[in-house]
Design a protein around this ligand. Structure first.
Ligand SMILES: Cc1ncc(C[n+]2csc(CCOP(=O)(O)OP(=O)(O)O)c2C)c(N)n1
Ligand SMILES: [Mg+2]
Length: 665
């Protein structure tokens, strides 16, 4: 059967689904169908019956607006995605959402659509593959050995993140990363000549990539030859520049942005049928075409071969085999819970006044021994973030067996690469920067939450408390932004114990990312009994209580806990009943049942003071109409930390005065 027919099956499934939804992007699937057919039919190693097979090739559709291309491929090759699913494209709770979404559709490896992030995820997957292979493969037993393929469009290449991620991919020699550029010269505003004239091949060669240029994306032999060449280059990632026509086959809309983002229209769809000689009705794919596309037999055989290899590996290296499986299944070691609890208890018993970034490093140096899948890094702030622990070994271009990555000054790239690592499996990625520069990475952080994946974002220098670097570096509204992100958990511990618990909880969290917030400056350790120690994990708990019903509750987190405790002690000496609630993770606290929340913050106690050196608006709900927030309402200033805390009202005297004022109101 002609390759063209197979590609046309993708084309018509795509444009008919877009037409039925009267919404979507027909142009890109029409343009990329030929490239996709070559890759998926003749190269991609996958088993539609087991989309989670750990040694499958990864495929990322970075230009996610062409989602129907991917859904068509998954349907045709035999994934659990029916023709009815395709007919439900873009409908509520369908398996075929507007853009590919991780967790909704078997075979979709990542959520893409925010342009540029898919290719960065792919870099993360290729990095994970290389590192996992370096840790686990043994002579003649390459149990981790697969490619990562990505399709990307002009839009992905225009986005800055493609620079961050692809530059690092070149440096780290991710030779099994193969990207195919849908070079159609069109984006939404029209022909790109007015806004995108980079010499893209030269750009990627400068990154250290192999570039295969001048490939006709509609010519199967040329695409196949390029893929062969790409797979033979194991030192450099490859960019295959495929010249394509957007809206291929559409007489009136090909090579025009008119085919980019709306249904072609019934008449034009009929004309595409005529032009391409496709006589079948919408969603009617002839059996012989299905038979040609079906990848189940080939996929099962490929997985069976791998299973044989893995069995031999397991015979010779039982421990490694168990470790690889455990890590791939995202399970923690059996002794983890016990060991980490024990460690935290010991910290409580041996007080130390550390900056929480130091406490973080101390905890990491312990935890890495039990959880070797922690894959760390920092966006060029390792000595400040203290993300490099005592067991850290750098991943270098020629040795990927380590556990630490210097990501360079690339916050967004790092975060999206971490997401790719988490999606690949085998590692729990964490990466650090200043809390302020979370803003540079914002959308990747949001995507981790949306995808429900275990990326751990480490943010130090968490407030005006960082001092002299001034307001450009002092976060004010960032904590609120993180806390308001659905499915994020943001931890801001107040001492070495809460900092260690935040690591423990982030590592254990299976269905979402965590942001761990740490101070630059030292903090006093707080006393706790065993019950309080256990309650930290509930996100909010009574750190210091009074006899009887409190007259005032002071809620605080992180570095401001010391102020809250001071005010409570002073007022207690004057016979006042004041409770201090430590709230290291608001999101976690809000997940607790009503009884717990009421026990910590009784609704009847209306006098509440919140103290936190971050934007005060976030806390108004907790303070209530009769309460007060001692927070920030402006940017910071440049001065030593102690001066700044005084200037903005975060002093012991001011905290005490605010508490007293509430009591006498
Ligand atoms: C970060 C981001 N910005 C903007 C958009 C909206 N958008 C979707 S597709 C597109 C143009 C992409 O051009 P290209 O990748 O060349 O796609 P083509 O038109 O060739 O299919 C834009 C701006 C987006 N999805 N993500
Ligand atoms: Mg384009």
């Amino acid at each position: 059967m002609e390759q063209q027919q197979l590609a046309n099956a993708i084309r018509f499934l795509s444009i008919d689904a877009v037409q039925k939804a009267n919404s979507g992007h027909p142009g890109a699937p029409l343009g990329m169908a030929d490239m996709a057919t070559v890759l998926w039919k003749d190269f991609l190693k996958h088993n539609p019956a087991d989309p989670l097979w750990i040694n499958r090739d990864r495929f990322v559709l970075s230009n996610g607006h062409s989602s129907m291309l991917l859904y068509s491929l998954l349907h045709l090759t035999g994934y659990d995605l029916s023709i009815e699913d395709l007919q439900n494209f873009r409908q509520l709770h369908s398996k075929t959402p507007g853009h590919p979404e991780y967790g909704y559709t078997p075979g979709v490896e990542t959520t893409s659509g925010p342009l540029g992030q898919g290719i960065a995820n792919a870099v993360g997957m290729a990095l994970a593959e290389k590192a996992l292979a370096a840790q686990f493969n043994r002579d003649g037993l390459p149990v981790v050995d697969h490619f990562t393929y990505a399709f990307l469009g002009d839009g992905c290449l225009m986005e800055g993140i493609s620079h961050e991620a692809c530059s690092l991919a070149g440096t780290l020699k991710l030779g099994k990363l193969i990207a195919l550029w849908d070079n159609n010269n069109i984006s939404i505003d029209g022909h790109v000549d007015g806004w995108f004239t980079d010499d893209t091949p030269a750009r990627f060669r400068a990154y250290g990539w192999q570039v295969i240029d001048h490939v006709d994306g509609h010519h199967p032999q040329q695409v196949a030859a390029a893929l062969e060449q790409a797979r033979n280059e194991r030192q450099k990632p490859t960019l295959i520049c495929c010249k394509t026509t957007i809206g291929f086959g559409s007489p009136n809309k090909a090579d025009s942005h008119d085919s980019h983002g709306s249904a072609l229209g019934k008449e034009e769809v009929a004309l595409v049928r005529e032009t391409l000689g496709w006589t079948h009705a919408a969603f009617d794919i002839p059996q012989p075409i299905y038979a040609q596309w079906d990848a189940r037999e080939k996929g099962a055989a490929a997985q069976a071969d791998w299973q044989d290899l893995f069995n031999r590996y397991r015979d010779q290296y039982p421990e490694e085999a168990a470790g690889l499986l455990r890590r791939s299944l995202k399970q923690l070691p059996d002794n983890w819970r016990h060991n980490s609890q024990d460690y935290i208890r010991q910290l409580q018993d041996h007080p130390a006044n550390l900056a929480t970034r130091q406490a973080s490093q101390k905890a990491l140096s312990q935890f890495i021994q039990w959880v070797p899948e922690l894959l760390g890094g920092s966006a060029d702030l390792s000595p400040s973030n203290l993300t490099r622990h005592s067991q850290a070994r750098d991943i270098t271009p020629d040795d990927a067996s380590g556990n630490y990555i210097s990501y360079g000054v690339r916050e967004f790239g790092m975060s999206a690469i971490m997401n790719g690592v988490a999606l690949h499996g085998g590692f729990i990625p964490y990466g650090g920067t200043f809390l302020m520069f979370m803003e540079y990475a914002r959308n990747a952080v949001r995507m981790a939450a949306l995808m429900k994946i275990r990326s751990i974002f480490v943010y130090t220098h968490d407030s005006i408390g960082l001092g002299e670097d001034g307001p450009t570096h002092q976060p004010v509204e960032q904590l609120a932004a993180l806390r308001l992100t659905p499915n994020m958990e943001t931890w801001r511990g107040c001492d070495q114990v809460e900092a260690a618990v935040s690591w423990q909880q982030a590592i254990e969290r299976e269905n979402g990312p965590s942001a761990l917030i740490f101070t630059r400056q030292p903090l006093e350790q707080q006393p706790r009994d065993a019950r309080q120690l256990a309650n930290i994990a509930k996100g909010g708990y009574v750190l210091r209580d009074c006899d009887g019903v409190p007259e005032l509750i002071i809620i605080s987190s992180g570095s401001e806990i010391e102020l809250a405790v001071y005010a409570a002690i002073e007022l207690a000496e004057q016979g006042k009943r004041v409770r201090v609630v430590s709230m290291p993770c608001v999101e976690r606290f809000e997940k607790q049942d009503a009884a717990w929340r009421e026990s910590v913050l009784p609704g009847a106690v209306r006098k509440r003071l919140v103290i936190e050196a971050s934007i005060e608006g976030f806390w108004r709900g907790y303070a209530g109409l009769d309460g007060k927030v001692l927070g920030m309402s402006s940017f910071g200033e440049s001065a030593p930390a102690a001066v700044l805390f005084g200037h903005f009202g975060f002093s012991k005297d001011h905290a005490l005065a605010a508490a007293r004022a509430l009591l006498t109101d």
